[in-house]
Design a protein around this ligand. Structure first.
Ligand code: GRF
Length: 205
């Protein structure tokens, strides 16, 4: 039986695309991308889901009174579909306590730096690469980590280093980090966890 994965997005969804490509190429072991959840109704990632016949749900924060209500709605969407693994791929909202509790050890996130550098509150999107260039590091990269209560603070699963080159702009660096690290290690970490979840399931039977 497959391991049902939900990919949570907010924007363009190139990491989602990398996940879909890995899945279609048979590289997610028993993983199946069963759902895409977007925090924005206009995210291009929703188009990618549609083009690939994947169910999608847009959950916008403004449709809910409190962050807790939003979190409950997200949890229901995940549980109703039997989701076992949650992958944050450019998802710009903080995961609330209820979802964290229900999916502890089964939510991962991709961050575009080598944690613990350039991470935590306020470090997202191009800001991460701006900070890396400002500091003058010669190597950066990407990290896949478990999601915990601490922003970008959960246990690290995989990391990959990428060189910074002379003349880099935040945009050129972002592109290199995506191409050489993010799009590789996010599907790889997902595949590893799918194998682990399937083995744990077998042991329970
Ligand atoms: C990626 O750089 C990811 O690491 C960060 O947000 C960006 C999302 O890009 N968390 P995309 O939507 O996957 O293209």
């Amino acid at each position: 039986m497959s391991v049902k994965i939900a990919v949570l997005v907010s924007g363009g969804g190139t990491n989602l695309q990398a996940m879909i490509d890995a899945w279609k190429a048979g590289n997610l072991q028993c993983g199946e991308i069963a759902l895409v959840v977007s925090s924005s109704e206009t995210a291009y990632a929703l188009k990618r889901a549609e083009q690939n016949g994947i169910e999608s749900v847009a959950l916008t924060r403004s449709a809910y009174k409190t962050p807790e209500d939003y979190d409950k709605a997200l949890l229901n969407v995940l549980l109703e579909r039997g989701i076992e693994l949650v992958v944050l791929a450019g998802y710009l909202r903080i995961i609330g306590a209820e979802v964290l509790e229900a999916y502890r050890g089964r939510i991962i996130n991709i961050h575009p730096s080598l944690i613990p550098s350039f991470c935590g509150d306020g470090y997202y999107g191009l800001k991460v690469h701006e900070a890396a260039l400002k500091y003058g590091v010669k190597v950066t990269g990407a990290t896949v980590h478990y999601v915990s209560e601490v922003v970008d603070g959960g246990e690290i699963l995989l990391q990959k280093a990428v060189p910074v080159e002379d003349g880099d702009t935040p945009e050129t660096l972002q592109k290199r980090v995506m191409e050489q690290a993010e799009w590789l290690i996010l599907p790889e970490a997902t595949s590893i966890l799918c194998g682990k979840i399937a083995r744990e399931r077998e042991m329970r039977v």
